[in-house]
Design a protein around this ligand. Sequence first.
Ligand SMILES: Nc1ncnc2c1ncn2[C@@H]1O[C@H](COP(=O)(O)OP(=O)(O)OP(=O)(O)O)[C@@H](O)[C@H]1O
Ligand SMILES: [Mg+2]
Length: 253
Amino acid sequence: MKNLLEVKHLTVQVGQKVLLDDVSFGAPEGKITALVGSSGSGKTTVANSILGLLPAALEITKGEILFEQRNLLSLNKEQMRFLRGGHIAMIFQEPLWAFDPLMTIGQQMDEVLAAHTSQGKSDRRRRVLDVLAKVQLPNPTDMADRYPHQLSGGQRQRAMMAQALVAAPALILADEPTSNLDVTLQAKIMDLFRQFKKEEMSMLLISHDWGMVAHLADEVIILQNGQVVESGSVDLIMNHPRHKYTQSLMEVF
Ligand SMILES: Nc1ncnc2c1ncn2[C@@H]1O[C@H](COP(=O)(O)OP(=O)(O)OP(=O)(O)O)[C@@H](O)[C@H]1O
Ligand SMILES: [Mg+2]
């Protein structure tokens, strides 16, 4: 199994405080890898490190992040910007961060496509509407012409998903992607994620939801206080959790 993404010995500090401590794991090509841990364990910090979006106070003091064999930490801002959206896309925990408040959803998705593909205007419009429909937004044409604040929280979460998916990135980082959605919509979004595997997209899925992890993930990584305490196939982790912390996480659900 080839790893599309490899995080090696990643250490992140804020001053002397260590937030991620020697974190290593791989995300295999065409698979869903779940990153699980309680609140504050460092999941979002892992995702932000991969995307080069850490807040200024946080510093990577050690490690490598290899994507398609290139160390992302050695890329400059311009190169990272090119990778984001086109090759690696993020479904953020806080949807408002992902959008420019002054542009419609459709304009923002079109911008991503224009930057990362050679499609003409009408093809891009078709793709935008198609992806909005895929994420279960009703009336895609209407949604495309709205501004981010004109959507409900759950609609905004799906619009952000559409924005992340529109240029068919190789790797999707999804941070609690269904937390604002009702159960029916959650199930539909899970179906959509399952399809990614057929399209050979890889995903790093950050989730508290063991039901979702059990249904979707191939591999699981357990993070506690910034350290990987256990990792392995979903069957192994669900059926034979070795670490006390993993057992306690599962008991809560
Ligand atoms: N800008 C910052 N300055 C100082 N500490 C920070 C900063 N951002 C995050 N942290 C700390 O880093 C740790 C990990 O935070 P992170 O957001 O990665 O957790 P998480 O696992 O995503 O949690 P949640 O499930 O609540 O989203 C926390 O202890 C948090 O307080
Ligand atoms: Mg988080």
